[in-house]
Design a protein around this ligand. Structure first.
Ligand code: SF4
Ligand code: SF4
Length: 183
């Protein structure tokens, strides 16, 4: 079998320094505004792709940004104790999943995922990083080799899976059939 062609991919990430976060939630506000339609027309932290776990009395603030969608609740869960406070099992998880409301569009229930503020023209740095005046969020890039087509396939599958879970496979296929006819 022919070896898959490799291509360079820029992997973007945000390094989080929880010691610098003061829980101001500017990151939540700007993320939701940037992703509003039209852009900046509204802000609602419930739509944000970054959420700050806040424990003001203990001065604990932990930003968590939305990762992969998960169709089912996971079997293994972690417990965290920070400065004597025990956090619920799912508190710091990045997944949008069926057992909680975080990282879901409030209206449609569809999962949201941090897209590193993809836009055209591209931003020098994601919005939450730009707005974090305490430097708790630091943008980083590194290069990795991936098989050609893998990245797009993964994105497409996640999107289709979430739509199928939300509306059911049959409704989704009906909609695709209608769109194809229109085209
Ligand atoms: S903007 Fe920065 S300091 Fe404010 S809550 Fe977000 S990560 Fe923390
Ligand atoms: S990088 Fe952009 S999409 Fe991701 S959490 Fe920050 S503002 Fe939201």
């Amino acid at each position: 079998m022919e070896a898959a062609k490799k291509k360079k991919k820029i992997v973007k990430s945000i390094r989080i320094d929880v010691d610098k976060c003061n829980g101001c939630r500017a990151c939540e506000v700007v993320c939701s505004a940037f992703h509003a339609t039209p852009k900046y027309s509204s802000n609602n932290p419930d739509r944000s792709r970054i959420r700050v776990i806040r424990e003001p009395l203990k001065d604990i603030y932990v930003p968590v940004y939305a990762g992969e969608y998960s169709a089912a609740e996971c079997a293994g869960r972690d417990k965290y104790t920070i400065d004597g406070k025990e956090y619920e099992e799912c508190a710091f998880c990045r997944a949008s999943c069926s057992s909680r409301t975080i990282f879901k569009e409030p209206d449609s229930g569809l999962p949201v995922k941090c897209d590193m503020c993809e836009s055209d023209p591209p931003l020098a740095e994601p919005m939450c990083v730009q707005w974090c005046l305490n430097d708790a969020l630091v943008y980083e890039e590194r290069e990795e080799e991936v098989a050609e087509g893998e990245e797009e396939k993964e994105e497409l599958e996640i999107g289709l899976e979430s739509l199928a879970n939300k509306f059911g496979v049959e409704k989704m296929l009906d909609a695709v059939a209608r769109m194809t006819k229109k085209g």
